[in-house]
Design a protein around this ligand. Structure first.
Ligand code: GLA
Length: 387
């Protein structure tokens, strides 16, 4: 996928709206491990990547909102006084951001906006969060509002909840807004405290393997998993009222209060508890520079997501099990909400190209689908592009 030229986006904006815009961009994200832990008040370990949603924007004197995208044919036209959900899904995220801003007492005039992206959509790289964050950051700058990045992340999360019906956690917009070049972000999703962990990899690289399976099931199954975790917690709380989230829960509590009622719910909870512990240990691996130990935990996470949380798919399982037999690969796992999207792999730099080629051939033979690959590196978060 081509990276976007700012001059191209700026020219498209001017051609369409007849005024010079300001340009903003917000990145997609990867997550080393810590999957489905954010909405359980646990830990996550994401990083922004150098693939973005871009937006060119300019304010208007009236209340009109006009939205266009280089990637979708539909155009949106509306008014700041009517932010009802519309039938253009990408435009809904922008309306959701505006709704959240108005709910915080920030009123705005109209504006024109033109979006573009070099981030694959529906691949588990958080293109929707990147779009929300680009819009929130741009509007905040355009109207000189005082929002800081955490508030923007919360607005983005709220937009996904209200305007897309996905009850996601805070990880994706947080990573997009708070990314730092060369670092993973260890985020405590309860306190929102975060630390940056350097990712030093002279000999290894992070590779994304896109299954090119679109996660259709994702939003309904995602909300269902969230509900299962809430149910498991509620059964525990009936006996241990002090447990305010799965983060305080032990395997013993799950066996005692959840497994006796429903084994599937118990499996979901066990996965979450183990994943939080694994993440904290992996952070220590990274501090010690022990990438082999970190990679082994990526495989453990994948096994948990596939067998206990049941959000993987045959294509993802195929890729991870092949990675496990390749000496060049230290770790691999499916990433994001699940049911498709990307695998993240930690691969020896010198051997990566040959391995990807071989795996791509096997994947095509097995599924008749193309495997797209992309090498990624932790990048800085949302910013204004000065041209
Ligand atoms: C999606 C959600 C995130 C997170 C992940 C799973 O990307 O948007 O909040 O829950 O799934 O870890």
């Amino acid at each position: 996928m081509e990276t976007i030229q700012f001059s191209q986006l700026s020219a498209a904006f001017e051609g369409c709206f007849g005024a010079p815009p300001r340009l903003f961009r917000s990145p997609g994200r990867i997550n080393l491990i810590g999957e489905h832990t954010d909405y359980n008040e646990g830990y996550v370990l994401p990083a922004a990547i150098g693939r973005y949603v871009y937006v060119a924007m300019a304010p208007r004197d009236d209340g009109l909102i006009r939205l266009r995208s280089m990637d979708f044919p539909e155009a949106y036209e509306g008014h700041v006084d009517n932010l009802a959900v519309c039938d253009i899904s990408w435009a809904n995220y922008v309306l959701g951001i505006l709704h959240g801003m108005q709910a915080r007492g920030l009123s705005c005039r109209g504006f024109d906006a033109f979006f573009a992206a070099d981030l694959p959509v529906g691949a588990g790289l958080s293109s929707s969060a990147a779009l929300c964050c680009a819009a929130a950051f741009g509007l905040n700058a355009l109207f000189d509002w005082p929002l800081h990045r955490l508030e923007m992340a919360e607005l983005a999360q709220g937009a996904e909840h209200r305007y897309a019906g996905v009850l996601c956690g805070i990880m994706d917009p947080f990573a997009s807004l708070f990314g730092r070049e060369g670092h993973f972000i260890r985020l405590d999703c309860r306190s929102r405290a975060h630390t940056y962990i350097p990712f030093l990899t002279e000999h290894y690289q992070l590779t994304l393997l896109n299954t090119n399976v679109k996660h259709h099931l994702a939003s309904s199954a995602y909300n269902q998993r969230r509900q299962e975790c809430a149910q498991g917690l509620a059964w525990i709380q009936a006996h241990m009222p002090a447990a305010s989230s799965l983060r305080e829960v032990t395997m013993e509590m799950i066996d005692r209060y959840v497994a006796v009622r429903d084994e599937t719910t118990a499996r979901r909870c066990r996965y979450v508890v183990a994943e939080n512990q694994r993440l904290l240990q992996l952070c220590e691996d990274l501090q010690r520079g022990d990438l082999a130990a970190a990679g082994a935990k990526m495989y453990e996470t994948h096994a948990g997501l596939s067998q206990q949380y049941e959000v993987s798919c045959p294509e993802a399982d195929f890729l991870v099990s092949h990675a496990q037999t390749a000496p060049a690969v230290l770790g691999a796992r499916m990433m994001g909400g699940g049911f498709g999207g990307c695998i993240l792999a930690l691969v020896a730099r010198e051997k990566a190209a040959a391995w990807e080629q071989d795996l791509g051939n096997r994947y095509e033979d097995a599924f008749g689908k193309t495997l797209s690959t992309l090498s990624v590196h932790p990048a800085d978060g949302t910013s204004e592009m000065l041209i």
